[in-house]
Write a protein that binds this ligand. Structure first.
Ligand SMILES: [Mg+2]
Length: 252
């Protein structure tokens, strides 16, 4: 009698579990509180971070709210801190040689300095070169603390740190230097920005050429940190690359 009642209970529990799963699948999600659109937008973000989605111009309209949530409610900072932890663990395994030629390369925008306040006013991803120039000229980009932590630790370990940015040197040189200094990024070896001869060239081409120059000077690029795949692919990318999340825009 007791075993029949137990079997009936098991059947009831199985039935309820199946009904829950069925409802979850129908809503394309498995966890309470996750909206159906979020699942599609999460897939899109993973494609972006894995460099499977390329050449996109704006965040898909249905994912603007999702990207805002990702960037402002903690997950972005958690993911970013995880990347910096991996980079820091790796840096601990590499010794900076006494010849002063072991180097790291850092991108600037949304790597050292955050443009999140700007993109909050731009629906998280609508790229507008002249508006961006006006924003950058204000020297108001907040530093990104976990990146500053890695940057400082690398300097303490004796690495040479190069900042490599696609920002235009003529128009944004002084404000970029000032902004970096104000946010604690000082002590780096060289700030390399886009000169007139590289205007109109892709970031990937420009950054490859600049890294090659460093290697030609004798530097060994041990690590390379950026929020775009174009920071991390091409020539002389370094022994290891670390991709900081950025679902807001794509730079070729
Ligand atoms: Mg960047």
């Amino acid at each position: 009698m007791a075993s029949r009642a137990l079997a009936a209970w098991r059947q009831l529990i199985m039935l309820l579990a199946l009904l829950f799963l069925d409802a979850a699948v129908a809503r394309q999600c498995f966890w309470p509180g996750q909206a159906p659109d979020d699942a599609g937008c999460l897939s899109w973000r993973v494609m972006v971070e894995a460099n499977n989605a390329r050449g996109w111009r704006t965040v898909p309209a249905q994912c603007v709210g999702y990207v805002k949530g990702y960037m402002t409610r903690g997950q972005y900072l958690r993911d970013l801190a995880g990347v910096m932890e991996q980079a820091s663990d790796y840096a601990d395994q590499v010794d900076a040689g006494a010849d002063g030629l072991d180097a790291w390369v850092f991108d600037i925008d949304d790597t050292c300095l955050s443009n999140l306040p700007y993109y909050e006013t731009k629906q998280f991803g609508a790229y507008d070169p002249s508006a961006f120039k006006a924003w950058a000229s204000k020297e108001a980009c907040p530093g990104i603390p976990p990146v500053l932590g890695l940057f400082t630790a690398l300097l303490d370990k004796g690495f040479k740190v190069f900042l490599l940015s696609g920002r235009d040197e003529e128009t944004l040189g002084p404000c970029t230097t000032g902004n970096l200094e104000a946010e604690g990024f000082s002590g780096y070896e060289r700030l390399i920005m886009r000169t007139p001869e590289y205007r109109g060239q892709s970031s990937s081409v420009f950054k490859s050429a600049m890294r090659k120059q460093l290697v030609d000077e004798g530097y060994r690029i041990r690590g390379n940190v950026g929020d775009q795949w174009s920071d991390l692919q091409g020539d002389c990318v370094g022994d290891r690359v670390f991709k900081i999340p950025n679902p807001m825009y794509f730079v070729p």
